[in-house]
Ligand binder design. Structure first.
Ligand SMILES: [Zn+2]
Ligand SMILES: [Zn+2]
Length: 666
C-alpha cells in the first residue's frame, strides 16, 4: 500500500535510458490532442469539496471520480523566482515509518499517575480531527478524520492524521470513538485502523453505519469491528470510563464524549450546536451536560468552528418556515434543491414540506441515495415510500408536483446539479421556470464554482434561491453564545479550543476569558503537543511530536511527500520540457538532433524559433561536456543540461519549466 509511486513522478535522475521512441525530431505540437494546447483549465473551476460532506464527495481509490482537485493556482507568478536548484522526486518512501524504523523518540519521563492528551490533528486546520488519550499505558482515540487538500496540493485526494506518535503502542489502543458521521471526524478510519491493529470502533448507530458503508470502498482493508453506543451511555475501555452526551449538529446522532480516569476527565464536544427545536432530533441534552459538569470536567476540548459568528446558530425550525414559504410561492414550478448528502435533517425537512405541498420526491446522486436509504432504515428519516419516484417518472408529471433533491451545492463538477444544468444528466434537464435552491453555505474556496453554476442556471431561465437571499441555511456549529453556553453548562476547569484554524481557536479562547475563565486555564496546544492532566494541574509538557501531512492519492497513502508535491506545483505553474538526446559513447558525439517535448510549458508548434534555439543550446551544452571524454559522466551531463537549459529558457521566457533530460547512449 505504501509502495505505490505514481509513474508520473518516477525518479528521472536514475532513468536507465529506455530504447528511445524513434520519432521524427519534433514535436509535441503536431500530435493530436497534445495536452499542452493553449487552453488551460481555469484554476477557479475546481471546487473544494466540503469537509462536512458525509459520503459522496470524497474520491474513492480506484474510482477516482472527476471531481478531485486538479487545476490550481500558480505558485508565485511574476519576476524571477529564486527557486534555486530543484530536487526532483527521489522516489524515497515518505509513508509513516514502520515502528521498528522509528528513531527512538525520547519521551521525557512521565508521571505514572497522570493522564496524557495528545492532539493529532484538527488544531491547525478544519479537518483531520484526531486526539489520543493515554493513561497508565492504555490509549483511546477520539475521531480519525480527514481533511481536504489546499489548492496547491495538486492531485491529492485528502489528508489523514499523522498517527506516528502511536507507533509501537498499537496494542495499547483500547478503542476508537467517533463523535459523528462527518468525514472530518471519521474519514481516516479505513486507512489508519489497520495501522493500529484494528482496534474496536465505538459510535452512534448512524455514525457506525456510515463507517461500515465507507469501508465498502476499501474492501482490501481489515473490516472495522464496530460497537453501537447510545447517548448517555457509560462504558469502559481499558482503564478509561467513557460517557457519551447528546448534542445537535447538522448530521443526526452526533454526540460528545467524556473520557474519565482518576487523574481527571476530558469532555470532547465533537462538532456541536444547541438547537432547542431541532427537526427530527432531540435538543442537546443540557441537563446531562450540567450533570457531567457537577461530576467534574477537567478539560473541555471544544468545537471552535463557529467562534467568529455572533449570537446563536439558527434553529432548523426557522429554516423550515422559510423553505415552506418558498414552496408556497412557487406552486407550479419544479423545485430542485441542492444540499449535502449528510444533511439528513435538511433532507427530512424538504421531504416533509414537499409532502405538504403535494409534491413527489426524486433523490439523485449516489451518496444522497445511500444516505437517505440508511437514514430511513434506522428510522432517522421518516418518509412514506410512495413519496419517492424516479427521475424518469418525474418527467411525466407537472413541474409543480416535483421536488428533486440532489448533490452539488458547492458547484462540484461531478455532482448531480452540475449535470442537470449542463444537460449531461441521463434523465433530468434544467428547464426555464425551474426553481433551484442552494441549501447550504458555500465552503470558502468554492465561491467561483458556485457563481459559475448560478450564472448558467439564470441563463437558462431558471431561478436561484440561495441561503444568503433568505435564511434557508443554518450551520452545524455552535456560534459564540452557544460556545459560552457549553462552558457554563460543563463548568470545566480548563478549556482547549479545538476544531479549527488558530483564529477560530483564539476567538474561542478569548470568549472563555471574557466570561470569567482564568487566562492561564485556557490552553492552545498545537497538533502533536502533549498535555498532562493530574488531579491538581493541567499543563503542556513541552513534549512535541512532529505531525506531518499524510496525503492520500488514489491508492497511495503517505507516498506522496513534499518532494513529489513540489514537483507537482512546478509542473502546474510552468510545465515541463523533456530533452531526449542520443549520444555515441565511443565517439563522444551527439547523434542526430535532440528531441524536445513540452507539456504545459509552450505550444511547440507556435514557437518554432524557440525550439530551434533550445536545440542549439542543448547541442552546445552536450558538446562542451563530452568533448574529449572517453567515458562521459552521465549524471554530470544531465545536471548541466538541467541547469544550463533552465537558465536559457528562463532568459527567453521568464518561466521555469521542470527539465527532464533523457540521455540515450548508443
Ligand atoms: Zn461535523
Ligand atoms: Zn468537524
Amino acid at each position: 500500500m505504501n509502495q505505490t509511486t505514481p509513474p508520473s513522478t518516477s525518479p528521472i535522475n536514475r532513468i536507465v535510458p529506455p530504447p528511445p521512441p524513434i520519432r521524427p525530431v519534433q514535436l509535441t505540437g503536431t500530435r493530436k490532442n497534445a495536452p499542452s494546447a493553449p487552453m488551460a483549465p481555469a484554476a477557479a473551476r475546481t471546487p473544494r469539496p466540503a469537509s462536512h460532506i458525509a459520503g459522496g464527495s470524497t474520491p474513492r481509490p480506484g474510482g477516482r471520480p472527476g471531481g478531485r482537485p486538479q487545476g490550481g493556482g500558480r505558485g508565485g507568478k511574476g519576476g524571477p523566482r529564486g527557486r534555486g536548484r530543484r530536487e526532483t522526486s527521489s522516489g524515497i518512501h515518505f509513508g509513516p515509518p514502520k515502528s521498528r524504523d522509528l528513531p527512538n523518540v525520547k519521551q521525557p519521563p512521565r508521571n505514572p499517575d497522570a493522564m496524557y492528551l495528545l492532539p493529532l490533528g484538527g488544531l491547525e486546520e478544519i479537518g483531520r480531527n484526531c486526539a489520543a488519550v493515554e493513561y497508565k499505558g492504555d490509549i483511546v482515540i477520539i475521531d480519525i478524520g480527514l481533511m481536504f487538500p489546499t489548492e496547491n496540493m495538486h492531485g491529492i485526494d485528502y489528508i489523514i492524521p499523522d498517527i506516528s506518535p502511536l507507533y509501537g503502542k498499537e496494542k495499547n489502543v483500547k478503542g476508537v470513538i467517533i463523535t459523528h458521521a462527518h468525514y472530518d471526524h471519521f474519514g481516516g478510519v479505513p486507512h489508519l485502523l489497520p495501522k493500529l491493529g484494528n482496534p474496536p470502533v465505538y459510535g452512534s448507530e448512524f455514525t457506525m453505519r456510515l463507517v461500515q458503508k465507507r469501508h465498502t470502498d476499501f474492501p482490501n482493508y481489515a473490516k472495522p469491528v464496530v460497537h453501537i453506543v447510545k447517548p448517555k451511555e457509560v462504558f469502559r475501555l481499558g482503564k478509561f470510563e467513557i460517557e457519551t452526551f447528546h448534542v445537535n449538529h447538522s448530521v443526526p446522532n452526533a454526540f460528545g464524549v467524556v473520557v474519565r480516569t482518576p487523574a481527571g476527565a476530558i469532555a470532547f464536544t465533537g462538532d456541536f450546536k444547541f438547537d432547542t427545536n431541532p427537526v427530527n432530533d432531540q435538543p442537546a441534552d443540557e441537563e446531562h451536560i450540567k450533570e457531567l459538569g457537577r461530576k467534574g470536567i477537567t478539560i473541555l476540548y471544544g468545537d471552535s468552528t463557529g467562534s467568529e459568528k455572533e449570537g446563536h446558530s439558527i434553529s432548523e425550525s426557522i429554516v423550515e418556515t422559510n423553505l415552506d414559504k418558498l414552496f408556497g410561492e412557487h406552486p407550479n414550478q419544479r423545485i430542485i434543491a441542492a444540499t449535502f448528502s449528510s444533511m439528513i435533517d435538511r433532507l427530512q425537512q424538504m421531504i416533509m414540506i414537499a409532502e405538504r405541498h403535494g409534491r413527489k420526491v426524486v433523490v439523485e446522486g449516489y451518496s444522497m441515495k445511500t444516505n437517505v436509504e440508511i437514514a430511513r432504515e434506522i428510522g432517522f428519516l421518516k418518509a412514506k415510500k410512495e413519496l419517492f419516484i424516479t427521475s424518469e417518472q418525474s418527467n411525466k408529471m407537472a413541474p409543480g408536483k416535483v421536488l428533486v433533491l440532489c448533490t452539488g451545492a458547492q458547484g462540484e463538477d461531478n455532482a448531480v446539479l452540475m449535470r442537470i444544468v449542463n444537460k449531461e444528466h441521463r434523465s433530468l434537464e434544467l428547464a426555464a421556470g425551474d426553481v433551484v435552491i442552494f441549501s447550504s453555505s458555500v465552503i470558502p474556496g468554492n465561491e467561483a464554482s458556485v457563481q459559475l453554476v448560478k450564472d448558467q442556471i439564470y441563463k437558462q431561465g431558471a431561478e436561484v434561491f440561495h441561503y444568503k437571499m433568505m435564511d434557508i441555511h443554518s450551520g452545524g456549529h455552535g456560534q459564540r453564545e452557544d460556545l459560552v453556553h457549553m462552558i457554563e453548562l460543563a463548568q470545566p476547569k480548563y478549556l482547549i479550543p479545538a476544531h479549527g484554524y488558530f483564529s477560530h481557536r483564539a476567538e474561542h479562547a478569548k470568549l472563555a476569558v471574557m466570561h470569567g475563565m482564568a487566562r492561564s486555564n485556557v490552553l492552545l496546544p498545537g497538533n502533536g503537543e502533549v498535555v498532562e492532566i493530574t488531579p491538581d494541574k493541567v499543563r503542556l509538557t513541552g513534549e512535541k511530536y512532529e505531525i506531518n501531512h499524510i496525503m492520500v492519492d488514489g491508492l497511495g497513502v503517505g507516498d506522496v511527500g513534499n518532494v513529489v508535491l513540489r514537483d507537482r506545483q512546478l509542473l502546474a505553474s510552468d510545465g515541463m520540457v523533456v530533452v531526449i538526446a542520443t549520444i555515441d559513447g565511443h565517439a563522444g558525439t551527439l547523434v542526430g538532433e535532440p528531441d524536445l517535448i513540452s507539456r504545459g510549458f509552450i505550444y511547440i508548434k507556435e514557437h518554432q524559433q524557440l525550439v530551434t534555439d533550445t536545440r542549439q543550446k542543448v547541442r552546445q551544452i552536450i558538446e562542451k561536456q563530452i568533448a574529449g571524454h572517453q567515458e562521459p559522466n552521465w549524471t554530470h551531463l544531465k545536471a548541466s543540461l538541467r541547469d544550463g537549459l533552465g537558465q536559457f529558457l528562463f532568459q527567453k521566457t521568464e518561466r521555469r519549466p521542470m527539465i527532464l533530460p533523457v540521455i540515450v547512449e548508443v
